[in-house]
Design a protein around this ligand. Structure first.
Ligand code: ZN
Ligand code: MN
Length: 475
């Protein structure tokens, strides 16, 4: 019999609010341990939580974008469990009245648009962080406690590990476009657990699932899912039964191993959070949130193709991150040679980011500087060879193209007398290609052009060189 995997993903994304979900403590990453805490997030007796409206806005913004039903009435619940990084011994979460229900995530997978249904999107608070030291002792950092978390739960509609990977890429792209989360997996601001089961291919029934945890990158998710699906198929084929349990991805051995038997909702003894009243979201408030939703990646890609004549590939790369798309679009506003704008952003700019492992906001070349330079190429003021030098210099120093050209003495040779001298020198030194050209071999011209440009150190106007060269060769 042939089997197929069935995957549902549960993603936790930290929302990038300035302050925590129920208190005014900073959410800044990387501060010394336990410097961003207060009685509320430490759960000291007698304190009262107050909801952060920004977190509510961000959550609803995501819900509206994925087409969830925004609950008119919502509330928070206590999820009770003990863990050393959870000072209150409960997490304020949402149980039976989540903020957003239903909807679907649309994402690109294998060259096509895929849609995976969502069960719910809800808001809850982050736990702290345990740090295990080399000497065997452990510490706990409560700075993270109470940071707003968005939990996004998909239906078990994902079919393959590759599709799960693409789903995560799509979700991350969306959350970044909406500007609600940094989605930085290294800093732990995006985490993913997976529900996995197998069943006979084509069957509709869901078999017993396991939950896989501890995957700290998208590719780890893909590998863990592939392993777990294979493992379950082997269990079933050897006559065994898959046990409902939580399993841990082990990066060292690239396997999953049992962690604990899977807890059920009733194990958590959920009950309504008595310190926070249920709340109603008014239509006006929701409409205001809706107005903050920007153009989304899929729509923007289509528009880039239509408006700027880009290929699907180019439009895909440029809209893969909002900052790329914003940068390119600013370039098109400043200078309407879309093809050249696209080539420079896709080429030199992205290469520079990649080489230096920096993000776009750390690159000192503004769209204005880049397009000023492209315009100078188009106007014949500099050659594309010179432009490469100008670009590299701008990337290092943040100087404008005019400044670079002036300081590095890169101004083109416009003196035709000087160019004539160079052409004559090249003709004299290259009798063979000159003969070939005169004998009708057009290819030799390119070689001679290159020689003149080399003598001119790329600073001569190629059109002028071309004209004078042909004149001299024919004359
Ligand atoms: Zn606090
Ligand atoms: Mn959760």
């Amino acid at each position: 019999m042939e089997y197929e995997g069935v995957i549902g993903l549960e993603v936790h994304a930290e929302l990038k609010t300035e302050t925590k979900l129920f208190c005014g403590c900073s959410t800044k990453f990387g501060s010394p341990p336990n410097t961003q805490t207060c009685p509320v997030c430490l759960g000291l007796p007698g304190v009262l939580p107050v909801i952060n409206e920004k977190a509510l806005q961000f959550a609803v913004k995501v819900g509206l974008t994925v087409g969830s039903k925004i609950s008119a009435f919502s509330k928070f619940d206590r999820k009770n469990y003990f863990y050393p990084d959870l000072p209150k011994n409960f997490q304020i979460s949402q149980y039976d009245e989540p903020l957003c229900e239903g909807g679907a995530l649309e994402f690109a997978s294998d060259g096509e648009l895929r849609k995976v249904g969502l069960i719910r999107v809800h808001l809850e608070e982050e736990a702290g962080k345990l740090i295990h030291f080399d000497d065997g002792e452990s510490g706990v950092d409560f700075n993270r406690v109470g940071i707003p978390l968005l939990e996004i739960v998909s239906k078990p509609e994902i079919q393959t590990p590759d599709e799960a990977y693409d789903y995560l890429i799509g979700l991350k792209q969306l959350l970044q476009y909406l500007d609600v989360s940094d989605c930085n997996m290294e800093e732990g601001s995006l985490r993913c657990d997976a529900n996995v089961s197998v069943r006979p291919k084509g069957s509709e029934k869901l078999w017993t699932q396991t939950e896989v945890k501890n995957m700290n990158s998208f590719s780890a998710v893909r590998r863990a899912l592939a392993f777990e699906i294979e493992r379950q198929i082997e269990v079933v084929e050897s006559g065994g039964r898959v046990i409902r349990e939580t399993r841990r991805w082990e990066p060292e051995t690239q396997t999953t191993s049992p962690m604990r038997s899977k807890e059920e909702a009733h194990d958590y003894r959920y009950f309504p959070e008595p310190d926070l009243v249920p709340f109603v979201l008014e239509k006006d408030w929701i409409d205001k949130v809706r107005a903050t939703i920007p153009e989304l990646p899929i729509a923007r890609k289509k528009r880039f193709m239509a408006e700027f004549g880009l290929s699907e590939y180019d439009a895909g790369v440029l809209t893969s991150q909002k900052d790329y798309a914003d940068y390119f679009e600013e370039c098109t506003r400043l200078y309407e040679n879309y093809k050249a704008d696209c080539n420079w952003v896709m080429g030199a700019v992205l290469r520079e980011l990649n080489d230096r492992k920096i993000t776009l906001d750390a690159l000192p070349i503004s769209p204005k500087m880049l397009t000023d330079m492209i315009r100078m190429i188009d106007e014949g003021k500099i050659t594309s060879t010179i432009a490469k030098t100008v670009f590299a210099e701008m990337a290092q120093t943040g100087q404008s193209p005019e400044q670079v050209i002036k300081e590095k003495n890169l101004l083109p040779v416009t003196d035709t007398g000087e160019i004539e001298k160079m052409v004559e020198k090249v003709i004299a030194e290259n009798p063979k290609p000159v003969e070939e050209f005169r004998g009708g071999k057009g290819k030799a011209l390119g070689f001679l052009m290159g020689q003149v440009m080399r003598v001119a150190k790329g600073k001569a106007d190629p059109q002028v060189v071309n004209r004078i060269l042909i004149e001299k060769l024919k004359g």
